[in-house]
Design a protein around this ligand. Structure first.
Ligand code: SF4
Ligand code: SF4
Length: 296
């Protein structure tokens, strides 16, 4: 089973939920936590893991054969990223860092003067602690193709999962609803959306739920720091009811959560009193999944 943990808004406690869930699942079966917040991965910090670099991620870029190039400028015109600049009668100039590898310039050149080259855009790491197998993707600073990193990490994980049928997979996605988040949640069996009782979090929750529904994934809402504004929680509950979605967990606000992160520990590891809350979440996911299967 694969559970994706998304948040819409950043800072809602997504990684705390993902690592806590993985912590509990790992006590029962082989568990993988995939950190797909590839611009700022931090699950290895929460789990105090010294990650080992496993694979480089490359992206295709163009390379010019100036013996063939006729200085027509069509490649520069085709590049919407403005990675190619062109001055009449001169060879095109290329800014590698801005290139997203769309290959439009390859197609635009009428003389076949552009061939494939590649650049490194990120890394895949692995590590283990608390029984959790961590796989983590990281985009190189200054690069743009975070969606590409997510896809590469998912392909890498899929290969690793071959012949491991009873495993549990928890995916920690990036904030937002863009390409990297879509690439993270596709193919998941369940989507946990973590929110908090604030108008901006509710606004972003609506957007991530729209995404989950579009991909037909059963969704549960986790309200983190619910006790900061119980009145606003009612608005989230009302929204959940209108959308026919379950609120599967309420997590209180407490400095213990900050303490755990300062100590680089999973909160459940040093404050077991919160285990009950997450066990209830797991129970609700099971019930919800069964209900969803019946409706399907
Ligand atoms: S591959 Fe795409 S982004 Fe890169 S230089 Fe060519 S057209 Fe521009
Ligand atoms: S389109 Fe081809 S021939 Fe024209 S400038 Fe670009 S590389 Fe040279």
């Amino acid at each position: 089973m694969t559970i994706a943990v998304a948040g819409g808004k950043g800072g809602t406690g997504k990684s705390m939920v993902a690592t806590s869930l993985a912590f509990l699942y790992a006590k029962k079966k082989e568990t993988f936590l995939i950190d797909l917040d590839v611009e700022c991965p931090n699950d290895h910090l929460i789990l105090n893991i010294n990650r080992e670099k496993k694979e480089l991620i490359y992206q295709t870029i163009p390379k010019w054969n100036f013996d063939i190039c006729r200085k027509c400028g069509k490649c520069a015109l085709a590049c919407k990223q403005k990675a190619i600049s062109f001055v009449p009668k001169k060879y095109p100039a290329f800014v590698k860092d801005v290139c997203i590898g769309c290959k439009a310039c390859f197609l635009a050149c009428p003389y076949g003067a552009i061939v494939e080259d590649r650049k490194i855009i990120g890394n895949i790491y692995e590590g283990k602690n608390c029984g959790i197998n961590l796989i983590s993707g990281e985009l190189k600073i200054g690069e743009l193709a975070s969606g590409e990193i997510v896809s590469s990490v998912r392909k890498y994980s899929d290969k690793l999962f071959t012949n491991r049928n009873s495993k549990m997979v928890v995916i920690d996605t990036a904030a937002g609803i863009g390409c990297p988040v879509i690439a993270s949640i596709i193919g998941s069996d369940y989507l946990i959306t973590v929110t908090e009782p604030t108008p901006s979090a509710l606004h972003d929750l609506k957007r991530i739920i729209y995404l989950g529904k579009h991909f037909n994934i059963p969704i549960g809402i986790v309200i983190n720091k619910y006790d900061l504004d119980k009145k606003f929680c009612k608005r989230i509950e009302q929204f959940a009811e209108e959308e026919n979605i379950l609120v599967i967990c309420y997590i209180p606000y407490h400095k213990n959560f900050v303490k755990a992160s300062l100590k680089k520990k999973v909160v459940l590891d040093i404050f077991p009193k919160y285990i009950k809350i997450f066990e209830k979440m797991i129970k609700n996911i099971k019930i919800h999944e069964k209900l969803y299967e019946k409706i399907k």
